[in-house]
Design a protein around this ligand. Structure first.
Ligand SMILES: *Cc1c(COP(=O)(O)O)cnc(C)c1O
Length: 649
């Protein structure tokens, strides 16, 4: 399939000027320098290059990596993780705080923690700990299973573990006992009721707890997570409750056990303003707690540090209007200001950035498996004895001019509707109706080209570009690999990983291999707002065509689900070496038998059932021996194979 080569290029795509297409033009087309730097770029072969250490080298050619993995049987869709990117992110965050601390002469230190919920994958958590060692980077757990991960993974003494989320007795007792493993394990009270559980555990175990408290701030985030804070938030103690907590701890002689104040106003806070407001409020609560006689020592500013998914550097939800250095400086300055004013010693600053650490490190590479386009040549001129409607539509087509696009659009639509009605009542044959529809699409195409010459495009014509776009069918599942695209209209940068020295002349939306009509991607990054199509290259069945979805290392994997029983994708862990890379782990994706077991099927019993049915068909002469063998071989081979479309057999 693909688009006919004589199809004229689309107006708002940079015009096919006299100078040839270049990788630089691809870079600006896909905004890769905005969202990708310093980890992603385009090399002079027109392939996406990955710089996992954030320096210029090593450079890994993503297309070649994909092809070489495929050659050894690791098929796309493929999640490729670059652990060094996580290392670089951790380094950048720590350096930003070190710099701010030096600049303000702050008398305390910074200790970040990685919120395990962002991506719990074992190798990744191990890598966070490994790369975080120089800075004593800790972990944050938001549930009992995550606490179990944190305790096992953080095996060296001195580690910091912050415990958030809903807690029961077992959770709290485990946390208290773990303090004796030479770790700082701080249990953050998120609800007042948790105090009772803590007090019971303290009496039972005789271990004094190390406590934190999450404040419910009036300052709120922006965008999707604005309800994570504010008076109606799910978590956190109001000022009334905080005072009650302090009194209850005092009554038990435990005021020295309250060490940490925590707040978290949501994720992807794209504007710095709500962050500043929250800091101001939290810093003063900290100072007050100190003045009320609590031990304190830590102020935990939560997560929310945003990622620039579209490279626009704005406060749009898929972007951020501040840099890491500004964030760190604001945190340090606000805390310092409040403490100085009250003559209170400054705390150790803790932050829980998850997205900002994990998002950049993984790329999903997936393959286009077919393309459908509105395939048009020149319009077929109706014969002189053809139906009146066809004559009229052809006249509309011929008459399309910049000054009457809107009128032509109305005429074409009216004629199309009339054709449908005439067909319904038997006055138009199927061929005539098909001819009318074809002429209608000819009109759409010409209107779209003509619109390119207009300064102002009428509102009602905005949807035309999307209606005229191609659909590229891709071998992956939105629900498994990019659930936030479906759930919250999250935008991820998506672009071809090769052929970038060639002009992307096709506008497309993407459809996945699930049979769900929501399994599509029709929102893409743009400098202003968003686009409804992405520019891609003509698809040729004979050559693989790969797209990459970038910055999807945070939240997507664990939120992914088994819609249509498409399972985990193959995942590969890459570590940079001096001038190349090493494949550390290949984690095979789910087989069909794996996903069937999740939903309680027994693959052996399933084979057996099909075998019995085949035997019966054999006895009845409906299948012969060879056919039975082929059916059973396919069935059993499929059980062992990848849930996605594969080319190996
Ligand atoms: C989710 C969460 C985080 C991580 O937030 P990011 O926006 O990914 O940085 C940190 N702390 C708490 C309490 C959370 O719930």
């Amino acid at each position: 399939m693909g688009i006919p080569s004589e199809r004229p290029s689309r107006p708002s795509i940079p015009a096919p000027a006299a100078d040839p297409w270049s990788v630089e033009r691809s870079a600006s087309q896909y905004l890769i320098n905005g969202w990708g730097a310093p980890y992603f770029g385009i090399n002079d072969r027109g392939h996406v290059s990955v710089f996992p250490t954030g320096q210029g080298r090593p450079a890994i050619d993503l297309f070649e990596l994909t092809e070489s993995l495929r050659a050894r049987g690791v098929e796309p869709p493929l999640l490729i993780r670059f652990a060094d990117v996580v290392g670089h992110r951790i380094q950048q965050i720590n350096r930003a705080f070190e710099q701010a601390i030096a600049e303000y002469g702050y008398q305390g230190r910074y200790r970040g923690v990685y919120p395990v919920k962002v991506n719990q994958e074992r190798h990744l958590v191990d890598e966070v700990i490994e790369f975080g060692k120089p800075w004593d980077f800790g972990l944050e757990a938001g549930s009992k299973p995550e606490l179990l991960i944190a305790l096992a993974a953080m095996s060296s003494p001195g580690g910091l573990i912050v415990c958030n989320g809903y807690k029961d007795e077992q959770y709290i007792e485990t946390a208290l006992l773990a303090q004796r493993l030479d770790k700082t394990v701080i249990v953050v009270l998120e609800r007042l009721e948790e105090v009772d559980i803590v007090l019971r555990a303290y009496r039972k175990l005789g271990i004094r707890p190390q406590l934190g408290v999450r404040a419910k701030l009036t300052a709120r985030g922006v965008g999707r997570w604005k309800d994570s804070a504010g008076e109606r938030a799910k978590f956190g103690l109001s000022t009334v409750e905080i005072c009650e907590l302090v009194d209850r701890l005092a009554a038990c002689g435990l005021t020295d056990c309250l060490l940490l104040l925590h707040h978290h106003i949501g994720s992807q806070i794209s504007s710095i303003i709500p962050i500043k407001n929250a800091l101001q409020e939290a810093s003063h609560i900290y100072v007050e707690l100190k003045k009320m006689g609590c031990q304190m020592g830590y102020l935990d500013v939560g997560g929310g540090l945003a990622i620039d998914y579209d490279g626009s550097r704005t406060d749009f939800h898929a972007s951020t209007n501040y840099e890491l250095s500004e964030y760190a400086a604001d945190v340090v300055a606000h805390i310092q200001g409040a403490c100085k004013g009250a003559d209170v010693p400054v705390p150790t600053i803790v932050s829980e950035s998850g997205r900002a650490i994990a998002a950049h490190h993984s790329v999903l590479v997936f393959e286009v498996v077919s393309a459908s386009t509105v395939r048009l040549g020149d319009p077929v001129v109706p014969r002189s004895d053809a139906h009146r409607l066809l004559q009229e539509l052809y006249e509309t087509y011929q008459g399309i001019l910049p000054k009457n696009v809107q009128e032509s659009w109305h005429d074409a639509n009216q004629a199309k509707e009339e054709a449908q009605n005439l067909f319904k009542y038997g006055y138009l044959s199927l061929r005539e109706r098909a001819q009318a529809e074809r002429l209608f699409w000819n009109c759409c195409e010409k209107i779209q080209e003509t619109m390119g010459r207009l300064k102002f495009v009428p509102e009602e014509l905005h949807g035309l570009e999307q209606a005229m776009s191609a659909t590229y069918y891709c071998n992956f599942s939105v629900f498994q690999s990019a659930p936030d695209v479906w759930a919250i209209d999250q935008l991820f940068p998506i672009m071809p990983i090769h052929r970038l020295d060639e002009e992307p002349r096709v506008r497309a939306t993407l459809a996945d291999v699930t049979c769900d009509s929501d399994g599509v991607i029709d929102r893409f990054i743009d400098l202003e707002d968003e686009r409804r199509t992405v520019d891609v290259h003509p698809y040729h069945e004979s050559d693989p065509y790969y797209l990459g979805m970038f910055l999807n290392g945070a939240y997507q994997e664990i939120l992914g689900d088994l819609h249509n029983l498409f399972g985990d994708t193959n995942a590969v862990h890459i570590r940079a070496t001096d001038d190349s890379y090493q494949i550390k782990h290949v984690v095979k994706g789910d087989s069909i038998a794996d996903v069937l077991r999740y939903v309680e099927y027994d693959p052996l019993a399933m084979s057996e059932s099909v075998r019995k049915q085949a035997e019966r068909a054999l006895e009845e002469g409906k299948l012969d021996n060879a056919q039975v063998r082929t059916l059973l071989r396919h069935y059993e081979h499929a059980l062992r194979s990848y849930t996605y479309l594969t080319s190996d057999d």
